[in-house]
Each structure stands twice: as structure tokens, then as C-alpha cells.
Design a protein around this ligand. Structure first.
Ligand code: ADE
Length: 319
């Protein structure tokens, strides 16, 4: 990709209600780093009250495409904040003047769902886990166990966010446990809530019901529906497929989907009729739901409304 000449300056259109003075932003720990840039934990001074935020910014030698991608992510988050949803990470502010473009979003204190689950276990199993959540601090640590009810709650939180997004014709395109964040519940009662984040690939599809990707680089192959792998057509139905893969991740405590299958072989694997086998901690009704999300024909996949009903049935049935 084309690297930006150091002399070139991009003027990013601001937004008066969101613009914050970067002198009021403090950055702390590096939370994550991707090809695009980085995310730090931090605080924003609102009046004289500090507010926890996550600060997303580009790498030093960012390309124009990467800047555009971050800008699009901001636009999608702005669009969704008109009608805030409890299971979607909120946009807190932006800083476009006198320095690098900063995207300030709600901080989720427990990080992403995949890592959260990876180092935990179901309540009836041993609690001692070896974890390296924080780079450089490998240590044995007791992490609280996770109940089956909480797994089901996380699944419901995400389905609820995606149902809302589908209703306003927004396709996420990168539904996966690494892009779901775990935050504290609102009442500070120790409850946890899952929130959809990372809208880097998200697109507003408005009245065409699908989105065709032209010439876009890396795609999360193991989360993609066959029609995405074949013709790069993305839709709410392909988000449902990815949601099924997310259920697999939740009920295997963060295992990589299709273990032993290399990304290049996924389409062939699916074409031969194979899907993920039942993860260890999923009951039969939960696995049936996953299987339906993985229907070859997009029209046969359940909608998020139906998924929510099915999850509610499982909750009341106590499995
Ligand atoms: N990693 C990426 N975005 C994050 C956020 N908003 N909160 C916590 N960790 C993150």
C-alpha cells in the first residue's frame, strides 16, 4: 500500500460535538496492536472529571487507506450513537487537530472475549490457570470461573447488538470473539456485559442488502460464510454465519475454529459438507443453533430475532 509522504498533511473533517482537546487525553497501557495501529487505555478529562477511554490511533507511517478506514469506523460509530445500544461500544470523542487522529471509545475493562475465555474455565472445573494476558507478566493466577449462564448472557448480548445493527442495515463483517469486548455492567454490581466493537470492516449497506468487497486485502477466512469466500458478498446473513462461529468460540472457551484446517482449505472443507464439530461445553440445543447459522443457503439461516428467541428458550430451560 502507498505510504504517505511526510510532507503531506491530511485535514480530517472534524465534528464539533465530538472534538476534544488532546491536552485532555492521557494514555496509559497498550491494549492491542494490529496492522492498522494501536489501542491504549487512557483517560479523558471531562470538565475536571476523568473518564476511562480506549484510544485508537494509526501507526506512524500509516497509509491513506488506513486513515480512510479509521475515518469510516468513526462514521459508523457516529451513526450508531444516534440510538445508543447497551451492547455496542460507544464513541466518546475524536481528536483531529494539532496531532495524530485519535478515536476515543468506551473502555471495556476486561478486554476481548476470546482472551477473557481462553484463560478461564467453567465453574465446575479447576480455577488455576496459567495465563499471559498482560505481555511480560507470565504468572499463575486465580481467575474467576465462568458459569454457563454467563456464556449464554454473552451470546445474548452479542445477538442483541447484531439484531439492532441489522435493523439499521449495518453489516459488521468481522463478528468474532476477538472483536467482542467484556465490560463491567452499569450498576457496579460485579456483573459483566459483552459489547460489539471494532467496526474497521463494518459497512452501511443501506438499501442494497449486501456488500461486495472489491480488492480488499486480509479477510477473517475462518469466520466467513461460503458466499463471502466465493464471491465476497457480505450481508446480515453472513454476519449470522460468523455469529455461529462466535458461538463455537464461546462454547470452546476461545478455541480456534476448524482446528487443524488451514485457512486456504476452508472453502473446500465447507464444500465437502463439513462444519465445526460440537464444542465441548455446548449442549445439543446450542449446537443445533450453530448448525443453523451455518446453513449453506443464506435464506435458511435464522435471523437475529429468532436467535434471541432460541437463546431465551435455552435460558429458561436451564441449559
Ligand atoms: N481493545 C480494543 N478496544 C478496546 C476497548 N474499547 N476497551 C478495551 N480494550 C480494547
Amino acid at each position: 500500500s502507498t505510504k504517505i509522504n511526510r510532507e503531506v498533511r491530511y485535514v480530517i473533517p472534524s465534528c464539533p460535538v465530538l472534538e476534544v482537546d488532546r491536552k485532555r487525553v492521557q494514555m496509559f497501557r497498550l491494549l492491542g496492536e494490529g496492522a492498522f495501529g494501536s489501542v491504549h487505555s487512557g483517560q479523558l478529562l471531562v470538565g475536571n472529571k476523568p473518564k476511562d477511554v480506549a484510544v485508537k490511533m494509526l501507526k506512524r507511517n500509516y497509509s491513506e487507506e488506513e486513515l480512510v478506514a479509521l475515518f469510516k469506523e468513526m462514521e459508523i460509530m457516529k451513526l450508531m450513537s444516534r440510538n445508543p445500544h447497551p451492547n455496542i461500544i460507544k464513541l466518546v470523542g475524536i481528536s483531529t487537530r494539532n496531532g495524530p487522529f485519535l478515536l476515543l471509545v468506551e473502555l471495556a475493562h476486561h478486554g476481548n472475549l476470546r482472551d477473557f475465555l481462553k484463560y478461564r474455565c467453567l465453574s465446575d472445573r479447576v480455577a488455576l490457570q496459567y495465563h499471559n494476558l498482560h505481555p511480560g507478566t507470565k504468572q499463575m493466577q486465580y481467575l474467576p470461573c465462568v458459569s454457563g449462564q454467563l456464556l449464554l448472557q454473552f451470546a445474548t448480548d452479542v445477538a442483541s447488538a447484531l439484531d439492532f445493527m441489522a435493523s439499521i442495515k449495518i453489516v459488521h463483517r468481522d463478528v468474532a470473539a476477538r472483536n467482542i469486548l467484556v465490560a463491567n455492567g452499569d450498576n457496579n454490581d460485579g456483573s459483566l456485559v459483552a459489547k460489539v466493537a471494532d467496526f474497521g470492516l463494518t459497512r452501511n449497506v443501506q438499501d442494497k442488502d449486501y456488500y461486495r468487497v472489491i480488492n480488499e486485502g486480509k479477510l477473517p477466512v475462518k469466520w466467513l460464510a461460503p458466499e463471502c469466500l466465493r464471491s465476497r458478498v457480505f450481508s446480515t446473513e453472513s454476519d449470522v454465519w460468523a455469529y455461529g462461529i462466535l458461538l463455537f468460540e464461546i462454547y470452546s472457551f476461545g478455541e480456534l475454529p476448524y482446528p487443524g484446517v488451514s485457512p486456504g482449505d476452508i472453502l473446500g472443507h465447507l464444500e465437502s459438507g463439513k462444519v465445526n464439530s460440537r464444542p465441548k461445553f455446548a449442549g445439543e440445543p446450542m449446537y443445533q443453533l450453530m448448525r443453523q447459522c451455518w446453513s449453506w443457503d443464506p435464506k435458511l439461516r435464522p435471523g437475529f430475532r429468532e436467535i434471541l428467541n432460541r437463546l431465551e428458550e435455552m435460558r429458561t430451560a436451564g441449559n
